[in-house]
Ligand binder design. Structure first.
Ligand code: 13P
Length: 253
């Protein structure tokens, strides 16, 4: 059965004390994770240990990193290796977020390298894709997202691909309050799944979780998650509020 996932991306927000308070509020807010439901918290690097100590060991709850480097180790000042993450029991990492592609020039090729080193070390990438506004306005979003998938993922074997979670995040919907309609989300998710099916076969494609990201909130999560190919959300702003995020967790189908 496909996993349904509510993933929080805190991005570069919160002080240590605020992070601690939010984690405590999250623990104290009742939420329901069914057998195939996961909650993943992608926190800033300095808070990984804190998040692990508060959430680690809870059923179907995982702490994630927001990035990692493509090299194993060495003289790369300021970077964080996959081995560092796995040695802290981190099992997921967000890769290819549009903010990293835009502000840190991350290319599809670099992301392919990052995905490889993650998979070699048994850490599961949450691979982000999605188009900017001008591409959506030109109605060429399928070609754009198709190329992101092709250049970063299609070198993987079917077995490797099944370790990946995909997050479709249209850039025009991130942090703008302008959510894609559930029809727009479903249309792109179905396209992504079709592409994966064409390359890897139906059984593989049916097992991949495809999350939607871009202004997901407590008030729109249930409608988005009711779509056949929308397997949950990758949530920025609303994940910084315990009540909102728990509503999103409880909206998983
Ligand atoms: P918002 O939920 O703040 O729009 O951010 C989405 C996102 O970028 C999650 O990775």
């Amino acid at each position: 059965m496909r996993q349904k996932i509510a993933a929080a991306n805190w991005k570069m927000n919160l002080t240590y004390q605020q992070a601690e308070k939010l984690l405590e509020e999250l623990i104290a807010t009742p939420h329901e994770l069914k057998e195939n439901h996961l909650a993943i918290f992608a926190v800033p690097f300095p808070y990984l240990q804190l998040a692990n100590s508060k959430l680690g060991g809870k059923k179907n709850v995982f702490v994630a990193a927001q990035n990692c480097y493509s090299k194993k180790s060495g003289a790369y000042t300021g970077e964080v290796s996959v081995e560092m993450l796995t040695s802290m029991n981190i099992q997921y990492v967000i890769l290819g977020h549009s903010e990293r592609r835009e502000y840190f020039n991350e290319s599809n090729q670099l992301l392919a390298d990052k995905i490889n080193i993650c998979l070699e070390n048994n850490i599961r990438p949450i691979f982000c894709c999605g188009e900017p506004l001008n591409i959506r306005e030109a109605n060429t979003q399928n070609d754009f997202v198709g190329k992101q998938l092709q250049e970063s993922l299609y070198h993987l074997s079917a077995e490797q691909l099944q370790q990946i979670v995909i997050a479709y995040e249209p850039i025009w919907a991130i942090g703008t309050g302008k959510t894609a309609s559930s029809e727009q989300a479903q249309e792109m998710h179905a396209f992504i799944r079709q592409q994966l099916a064409a390359k890897y076969g139906n059984d593989v494609a049916e097992n991949i979780s495809i999350l939607y990201g871009g202004s997901v909130k407590g008030s729109n999560a249930a409608e988005l998650f009711s779509q056949k190919d929308v397997d949950g959300g990758l949530v920025g702003g609303a994940s910084l509020n315990a009540g909102e995020f728990v509503t999103i967790i409880n909206s998983l189908k």
